[in-house]
Design a protein around this ligand. Structure first.
Ligand SMILES: Cc1cc2nc3c(=O)[nH]c(=O)nc-3n(C[C@H](O)[C@H](O)[C@H](O)COP(=O)(O)OP(=O)(O)OC[C@H]3O[C@@H](n4cnc5c(N)ncnc54)[C@H](O)[C@@H]3O)c2cc1C
Length: 410
C-alpha cells in the first residue's frame, strides 16, 4: 500500500485549509451557541466543490475516490474546525451521493447527483427508539398503495431534518416474504419538507451544529421512482453508505484529535506556573500523555487510510478494516481531547479554549453511527472468527447467524 499523495490531493489539502482558515473558533462558538446549521461554512464548501469529491464527473463531481473525502475531512478538522467542519461532508456526498451513485437508476442519478454537488443536504433515517442497534427490527413500514407506497412509523435520533432537502428512509415493506431478518427492508427517498412528516428536536451533549430529531412519518407518499435499489433488499445497499460514513467519521476524529494536541502544545509552551521561563510543557507528566496521544493517532490514521483504500477498491476486507479504523480512531482522538483538557487545566473546561467542544463533539461517535460494542462484536465475529454473541434465536442459532450484521461487510 502506498499512501503518498498525488499533486491533486496535495492541492486539495491546501484548498481545504484555506476554507477552514475563513471559519475561526469564534465562528464555531457562535454556531454552538445559536444551535444552528453552519450555513456560511456549508456555502463555502459548496463553492470550493468539496461536496462533489466522490461524485462521478458526468454529474459535475470530482470523480474522485472516498480517499479524497477522507483527506478533506481530516485536514478541515485539524485546521481548526474539528468535527463541526468535517461531519457536514457526509450529509450529501455519503448519505445521498455514494448511495445513489452506486445503486440509483440512471434517472435517479440524474435527478439527485448534480444537486448534491450544488449543496443539497441529505438526512439518513434508519434508527428507531425501540430497535436500537438492532436496525433490522425497525417498525417503520411501507404500505403498497397503487403504484407507490405510504410510509408509516417513527424514527429517532435523525440528523439535519430541519435543513435537508432529501431523506433516505429505511422501512419494511408490508407482506414481503421474510426468510432472513433483512428481507423486506427497503430504502426510499422522501423530499423535504413533507406535509406528512413531522419532527421534534432533541437536546444533546454536543454536535450542536446539526439538529437531531424524533421523526414521525404519517403516511408519507413515495412513488416507485423513489425506491432505491430492489424492493425488499435495501439492507444490502446500506453497506456502501455505512462503511463510507464510518471511514469519514474516523478520518474526522483523527483530524480533531490532532487539532486538540496542537492546541494543548501551543498552550503548554507558553503557560508558566512555578517559575519564570519554566513552561508547563516542560513537565513530563504533561508531555508523555500528549506524546502517547500523538503516537496513537498516527497509528490509527494509517488504519483509516487503509480502510478507505480498501473501500475504493471494493475489497471484501473493507468491513474489518473499517471497524478497526473506527474503533482506534475514536479511542485515540478522545484520549487526545481528554489530555488536551488536562493540559489546559481549569481553562480546558471553559468554552473559550475550544478543547471541551472537541471532546463533546467526538464523544458522540463512540455511540453513533455505530457503538464501540457493536464494532468490537463485529471484529470478534469477522476478524477473530468467534461466534456471534447476540441475537441468537433459541430455535435455530444458524438462522441468527444468517441474519443481519449491524456492521456490514462490503
Ligand atoms: C446525536 C445522534 C445522532 C444520530 N444521528 C442519526 C441519524 O442521523 N440517523 C440514524 O438513523 N441514526 C442516528 N443516530 C442513532 C445511532 O446511529 C444508533 O444507531 C442508535 O443510537 C443505536 O441505538 P441505541 O443508541 O438506542 O442503542 P441500544 O441498542 O439501546 O444500545 C444501548 C447500549 O447497549 C449496547 N449494545 C447493544 N447491543 C449490544 C450487543 N449485541 N453487544 C454488546 N453491547 C450491545 C450498545 O452498544 C449501547 O452501548 C444518532 C444518534 C445520536 C445520539
Amino acid at each position: 500500500v502506498d499512501f503518498s499523495l498525488s499533486p491533486e490531493q496535495l492541492s486539495l489539502i491546501e484548498k481545504v485549509k484555506s476554507v477552514a482558515s475563513r471559519f475561526p473558533e469564534t465562528y464555531w462558538q457562535g454556531i454552538v451557541g445559536e444551535e444552528r446549521f453552519p450555513r456560511e461554512y456549508w456555502d463555502a464548501v459548496v463553492d470550493e466543490s468539496l461536496l462533489g469529491l466522490p461524485i462521478p464527473k458526468e454529474y459535475g463531481g470530482g470523480g474522485g475516490e472516498l480517499f479524497d473525502t477522507v483527506l478533506a475531512a481530516e485536514h478541515v478538522a485539524r485546521a481548526g474546525c474539528g468535527m463541526s467542519g468535517s461531519i457536514p461532508l457526509i450529509l450529501g456526498p455519503i448519505f445521498g451521493g455514494v448511495l445513489i451513485a452506486a445503486h440509483g437508476t440512471a434517472e435517479q442519478r440524474q435527478r439527485y447527483l448534480p444537486g448534491i454537488v450544488a449543496g443539497e443536504i441529505w438526512s439518513g433515517a434508519f434508527s428507531e427508539a425501540h430497535s436500537g442497534a438492532n436496525v433490522t427490527a425497525i417498525n417503520t413500514r411501507a404500505e403498497q398503495v397503487g403504484d407507490g407506497f405510504r410510509l408509516h412509523g417513527e424514527k429517532k435520533y435523525i440528523g439535519v431534518v430541519e435543513v435537508a432537502q432529501h431523506m433516505a428512509v429505511l422501512a419494511r415493506v408490508d407482506g414481503f416474504p421474510k426468510v432472513r431478518r433483512t428481507d423486506g427492508l427497503s430504502l426510499f427517498v422522501v423530499d423535504l419538507p413533507n406535509a406528512d412528516l413531522s419532527s421534534e428536536r432533541l437536546d444533546k451533549l454536543g454536535t450542536r451544529y446539526v439538529d437531531t430529531n424524533r421523526v414521525v412519518l404519517d403516511g408519507v407518499a413515495v412513488g416507485e421512482g423513489d425506491l432505491i435499489g430492489e424492493l425488499g433488499h435495501g439492507w444490502d445497499l446500506m453497506f456502501d453508505v455505512l462503511n463510507a460514513e464510518r471511514i469519514i467519521v474516523a478520518a474526522a476524529a483523527i483530524g480533531t484529535g490532532l487539532l486538540a494536541i496542537d492546541l494543548a502544545v501551543a498552550y503548554a509552551n507558553q503557560r508558566e506556573v512555578w517559575a519564570e521561563g519554566e513552561v508547563i510543557g516542560s513537565y513530563q507528566g504533561l508531555q508523555f500523555p500528549l506524546a502517547e496521544a500523538k503516537a496513537r493517532l498516527e497509528a490509527a490514521r494509517l488504519k483509516v487510510y487503509e480502510a478507505a483504500w480498501l473501500f475504493d477498491r471494493s475489497d471484501e476486507r473493507c468491513g474489518v478494516a473499517t471497524a478497526t479504523a473506527r474503533y482506534v480512531a475514536l479511542e485515540s482522538s478522545l484520549y487526545a481531547a481528554d489530555r488536551a483538557i488536562q493540559t489546559f487545566g481549569s481553562a480546558g473546561y471553559l468554552t473559550e479554549t475550544a478543547v471541551e467542544r472537541h471532546w463533546r463533539d467526538l464523544r458522540l461517535f463512540r455511540l453513533a453511527p455505530i457503538s464501540d460494542e457493536m464494532v468490537l462484536a463485529y471484529i470478534a465475529q469477522y476478524d477473530l472468527g468467534l461466534p456471534r454473541s447476540y441475537g441468537r434465536s433459541k430455535a435455530s442459532p444458524a438462522a441468527a447467524n444468517g441474519g443481519a450484521s449491524p456492521q456490514p461487510v462490503r
